[in-house]
Design a protein around this ligand. Structure first.
Ligand code: ATP
Ligand code: MG
Length: 185
């Protein structure tokens, strides 16, 4: 039976999906860190920044999620990725931003609000914008200098997550533009 049949769920989340240049920058930052044995580097096609995790939904609910994406009119922004992080509780190495642009906080807030309005929200954690670079990192790495770069967010996406043999497989379901930064009132 197809995984998409109405009685099975789809695991999904809203995210910023990097363009090729940003993906390269993330990969370059990841390549500088020695994570130790057993660590699993995230394949570059999987790099993303989660805006709102939804979790498992029934396939017909995808239409609601797409509507939420379509209806959200939020400004674009530039995120300066300027730090590595090691989060021992989840054993991940991340690339993160010390400063959170107001427009990122806004889209995070609005997505969670819209999801809550449809009883689709997960427990909302605090906003910790990051791209995961490696998993199963059991020791804090030795930190190289972070090659700081700018991630220009021009759109956001609804993404589904399926179990692959070794890694999650992500598929962008749909993307919507963020409003031009320069046209902000
Ligand atoms: P895997 O679970 O296979 O190790 P993954 O965590 O990247 O990979 P998912 O579990 O499908 O894949 O999660 C998709 C995205 O949502 C990831 O960025 C993940 O960190 C984030 N995420 C997962 N669960 C939650 C949660 N409960 N709250 C907030 N974000 C979450
Ligand atoms: Mg997970």
């Amino acid at each position: 039976m197809s995984k998409d049949s109405a009685d099975s769920g789809v695991r999904c989340f809203f995210a910023l999906w990097p363009d090729m240049e940003t993906q390269e920058r993330i990969a370059a930052a990841a390549a500088l860190v020695q994570c130790g044995t057993g660590a699993r580097p995230v394949p570059r096609e999987n790099y993303h920044l989660t805006l709102a995790f939804v979790g498992e939904v029934a396939v017909p609910r995808l239409a609601v999620l797409r509507q939420i994406g379509r209806d959200l009119r939020a400004p674009g922004f530039t995120l300066t990725i300027d730090a590595y992080g090691y989060w021992p509780e989840s054993e991940v190495l991340v690339a993160t931003a010390r400063d959170i642009p107001a427009a990122l906080a806004e889209i995070w807030q609005r997505l969670h609000g819209a999801l809550a309005g449809h009883a689709l929200a997960q427990n909302r954690k605090r906003l910790r914008p990051h791209a995961t670079l490696a998993r199963k990192v059991t020791q804090p790495p030795v930190w190289p200098a972070m090659p700081t770069f700018e991630w220009i967010a021009r759109e956001f996406s609804l993404v589904r997550s399926d179990l692959g043999s070794t890694q999650s497989v992500y598929t962008v379901v749909d993307s919507w533009p963020l409003l031009d930064e320069s046209s902000k009132a």
